[in-house]
Design a protein around this ligand. Structure first.
Ligand code: RIB
Ligand code: NA
Length: 309
């Protein structure tokens, strides 16, 4: 394969307000700071993989507006191939108004816009970029049929498939599980998908069993400051990888830093055991929570410790 990582997914302009606490319904509060950043789970994961050194391509739709053209430039600046990023006049570029509180926690509204105009037929047209890649990543910020089509193509051609089921919906198409070599939700998404509580590594292991029963090959549940829990369909026991202790400034996009790093290591460091891959991806994700913003907080390979490579 000429390509390491391909992402079929979303592009959202993040409109981030920093607040002392998140507003209650009906309440108006003052924020302390505002910033505009490139986001969307798909774009974030792709940019993360690219910054670590993966040859990457993005399959996406943006609007015919200033956010859309800036977005394409941002991909280019990060070395992401944009031959399969289309501009549509039918909707505006996706946006995500985000509030971040003093503990670095966030709440996010997504207005998908152009992301929902990316169809399964579009993906079929871009088939060759998927089949050329070593690893395919999908999320749930585009139409589920579109992600489904991408995963089907990937699976048929022996591409390693990663599904980050975010944001989660309780009634996920059962085929999505079967098409995922790696199924990677966070704790909240795992709760929504299984109906089980997921607050500890032990609980995560029980949820992972439920998800494995639905047909995915391996499950990795990210647990924020508790690290992650990984379990494969062929192993008796799950592996808990603890996270480094850090003081979070902004956790927005930490999951995307993890997923993008995971894809990079799986594509470019095939010799590593999955546990080592997860440790390294956790490390990179923990760096991202120490600075504000989504992509703005993702580190570049040149700034990372050599032993991560
Ligand atoms: O995972 C973080 C991302 O979720 C943000 O960049 C925002 O755009 C939303 O899609
Ligand atoms: Na961050």
């Amino acid at each position: 394969a000429e390509l390491d990582v391909v992402v079929v997914g979303s592009c959202n302009m993040d409109l981030i307000s920093y607040v002392s606490r998140l507003p209650k319904p009906g309440e108006t509060i003052h924020g302390n700071k505002f910033s505009l950043g490139f986001g969307g789970k798909g774009a974030n994961q792709c940019v993360m993989a690219a910054r670590l050194g993966a040859a990457t391509a993005m399959v996406a739709k943006v609007g015919d507006d200033v956010f859309g053209s800036n977005f394409i430039q941002n991909f280019k600046d990060n070395g992401v191939n944009v031959d399969n990023v289309e501009v549509t006049k039918e909707a505006s570029t996706g946006v995500a108004p985000i509030a971040v509180n003093e503990d670095g926690q966030n709440s996010i509204i997504i207005v998908s816009g152009a992301n929902l105009k990316l169809t399964a037929a579009d993906v079929k047209e871009h088939e060759s970029v998927i089949t050329q890649a070593k690893v395919l990543i999908c999320q749930l910020e585009i139409q589920p049929e579109t992600s489904l089509e991408a995963l089907r193509i990937g699976k048929q051609h022996g591409v390693t498939t990663i599904l980050n089921p975010a944001p989660a919906e309780a009634s996920l198409d059962p085929e999505l599980y079967k098409l995922s070599d790696i199924f990677c939700p966070n704790e909240t998404e795992a709760e929504i998908l299984t109906g089980l509580p997921v607050t500890t590594a032990e609980e995560a292991e029980k949820a992972a069993d439920v998800l494995l029963d639905k047909g995915c090959e391996k499950v990795i549940i990210t647990l924020g400051e508790k690290g992650c829990l990984c379990k494969s369909s062929v192993s008796e026991k799950g592996i808990h990888v603890p996270a480094r202790k850090v003081s979070p400034v902004d956790t927005t996009g930490a999951g995307d830093a993890f997923v993008g790093s995971l894809a990079y290591y799986m594509a470019c460091h095939k010799d590593l055991r999955l546990e080592e891959v997860i440790q390294k991806a956790c490390h990179i994700s923990s760096i991202s929570v120490c600075s504000p913003g989504t992509q703005t907080s993702f580190p570049y390979r040149k700034d990372l410790p050599k032993d991560l490579f």
